[in-house]
Design a protein around this ligand. Structure first.
Ligand SMILES: [Zn+2]
Length: 201
């Protein structure tokens, strides 16, 4: 086995959460601020160039409501099967978290989080939209239309019209496929969305 440190270099900046080198994952595309790199140690994904733990923590605060942190899970099954079509690649997203990445990040400010619990609604929605993204020109069209996220619409008007029609026609079949997939993923602890509680020491 090659030690991970061997990969460190300008193309492989350190992970904001754990310091291991980041590796290329997804090429830049419409709706993303840059190429996406991922950490093979804690699983954190970073869109564009990483800007350190502070930046990743600030971003995480936006996903925190009181003592609950809600994330779309980059270590989930949906991210693995979806790749570039994964619904977690929300336009404007900077950091793509995993339970381990959150644990490492909050440790930077002496916080501890409890066990990650599967968030069924968000998990099923993520798997569903990931499946739909396989059929459309744009991405996250359905969730965008439902007001549950931002869409990366297709470039041309006819493609956007097609996407609206496709999303409507495929919505139910995609759900019938996504629902058991996500249930299996959750049973294997690879759910698409997680909730974690910040624990006070
Ligand atoms: Zn990491």
């Amino acid at each position: 086995m090659v030690p991970l440190e061997a990969g460190a270099g300008p193309d492989n900046p350190p992970c904001p959460a754990c310091g291991e080198p980041l590796f290329g994952w997804i090429d830049p595309r419409a709706g993303l601020a840059g190429a996406v790199r991922r950490c093979e140690s804690c699983g954190l994904g970073v869109v564009g160039d990483p800007d350190g733990a502070e930046d990743a923590l600030r971003d995480l605060d936006a996903a925190t409501d009181g003592e609950t942190i809600a994330i779309v899970n980059r270590a989930g099954f949906a991210a693995w099967v979806g790749g570039a079509g994964w619904a977690g690649l929300d336009p404007g997203a900077r950091h793509l978290y995993t339970a381990e990445a959150v644990r490492r990040l909050v440790a930077h400010r002496d916080q501890v989080v409890g066990a990650a619990r599967w968030a069924p609604g968000a998990g099923i929605a993520t798997m569903w939209q990931t499946v739909l993204n396989g059929f459309t020109f744009g991405r996250n069209v359905a969730l965008g239309a439902l007001g549950r996220g931002r869409a990366a619409p297709a470039e041309r008007a006819w493609q956007r019209r097609m996407d609206a029609a496709i999303s409507f026609v495929v919505a139910i079949p995609a759900l019938l496929f996504a629902l058991p997939m996500e249930l299996i993923a959750a049973a294997c602890r690879r759910g698409g969305a997680l909730r974690m509680r910040v624990e006070l020491l």
